[in-house]
Ligand binder design. Structure first.
Ligand code: ADP
Length: 190
């Protein structure tokens, strides 16, 4: 089975590959955060460690000032020592706390739609790297996650904002099996 997938829709390149999100040279890396922006596990811890103290510090300052982040919403911090410029933190839904699969799917879709428009409109980013939001500790099945992230990406590329800057959208996972599932699901549309 393929490990790498790449395609172009309109003038936006979309790719799926195995790798460490903290090492990717893009404008924006996305973090699968929790609502308190406690970067204590999973990809959040990896990002927080790679970037240095600044990311957790800025995150806590934000929560102190504005409160916790609702599911599906976003904020950003700097990226500290990582090669990217910014980290967009978004809070995905948990699989266990919801009996309702449709709600979880809608929330995951909303989270990535918000991430992509924020990256383009607010940060004027050209490139972004995205993890399997909610598919780790939050327990959303990987194929469900990949399906929703793909739908959100299609939504963005089919109706990009005016003067869109985003040209390069990457789905990067450190786990080989999760990456392969993403490649399989995204190959339906790319
Ligand atoms: P959530 O709490 O939203 O479920 P997790 O951080 O537990 O998020 O996991 C999200 C995904 O990120 C998982 O598929 C995990 O394999 C992946 N992941 C963890 N560390 C990295 C990393 N350094 N680079 C890319 N992906 C990573």
């Amino acid at each position: 089975k393929a490990k790498h997938l790449e395609g172009t829709i309109g003038d936006i390149k979309i790719s799926v590959y195995e790798g460490d999100l903290t090492q990717v040279t893009v404008d924006v890396v996305v973090n699968a955060a929790n609502k308190r922006l406690d970067h204590a596990g999973g990809v959040a811890l990896a990002i927080s460690r790679a970037g240095g103290r600044k990311i957790q510090k800025e995150s806590y300052e934000y929560v102190d000032k504005h409160g916790t982040i609702p599911i599906g919403q976003v904020m950003h911090t700097g990226a500290g020592k990582m090669p990217c410029q910014y980290v967009i933190h978004t809070v995905g839904p948990k699989w266990n706390n919801h009996g309702d699969e449709e709600t979880v799917k809608a929330q995951l879709y909303e989270a990535l739609v918000n991430v992509l428009y924020y990256a383009a409109n607010r940060l004027k980013a050209t490139s972004i790297a995205i993890p399997a939001i909610s598919a780790g500790i939050y327990g959303v099945p990987v194929d469900v996650c990949a399906g929703q992230l793909m739908l959100a990406t299609l939504k963005f590329v089919q109706s990009p904002p005016e003067n869109n800057t985003l040209r390069d959208i990457r789905f990067v996972n450190i786990d080989d099996q999760i990456n392969r599932t993403f490649v399989r699901i995204f190959s339906d549309s790319l």
